[in-house]
Design a protein around this ligand. Sequence first.
Ligand code: ASP
Length: 295
Amino acid sequence: MSVRPSYALAIHGGAGVKPGRDYSRVEAHLERLISEGEAMLCAGESALDTVETMVANLEGSGLYVAGRGSAPSRSGRHELDAALMDGARQAAGAVANISAVKHPIKAARHVLEHSPYVLFAGEGANQVARAAGLEQVEDPEDWYTLPVGVLQTETEEAELQHGTVGAVALDRNGNLASATSTGGLFGKASGRIGDTPLIGAGTWASDRVAVSCTGLGEFFILAGTAKDVDARMRYGGETLEHAASASLDDIARLGGDGGLIAIDTEGNMALPFNSDGMKRAWVREGRSPGFAIYS
Ligand code: ASP
């Protein structure tokens, strides 16, 4: 008989993986980070604080297409998206097209805690982040860096490269949370917003399941993927594993690919992807952490 774990955590560094590239630095980072996240949950910290910390670290590493590893849009500006959701309160905060801050996920958390609104975009999002005193990007040339697995020659070619980071967690109080942050697509048109900051598309958490998605965002928006996992469980009685892979099958039917990470209140986890790989790590109480990029 399997025992319900009192905490569980999964993180991802995006499904934009190119076979044959050297991801050893990513593997080492994911392995280290998942242990830090486990220590937080083990110590009784909340799922929400844990997913925010995980994503802020992924953003700041410069290893992934999010935060520091993002590329400018065709306007020459970095336009980033992030969201997080607290399943216990069914409350969310999100920012889109933000360019002023080093950690968009912290701006999203500020929106969640201190605003009657859910989503701020563009200059409004920058103003919220500045007023909150969040760390600014003073010199974009100095802050932004090429992420692991992306070649300099690929950065100008529209939509050749994409990536995202995310985390989902179950804490010792039985609460769920999810967080997602992205630089979106390399060479994207200015003003393009993906699925990441759209609650129910790329990010979702309830008192049933927490979900963070990665892949070409337009497909995830059209399929409403993150909330679809919840709806399949709620109305269809599907298991987490079945719901997660069926939602991803819908993405494939639309012609897209990518992946998602999801955790339910029983501590079950699903980390399906239909792309070449998905950078990911996971842990639950009583088990050793795992990490993988390909199958
Ligand atoms: N979903 C992200 C976006 O389209 C990209 C990714 O996950 O790779 O903005």
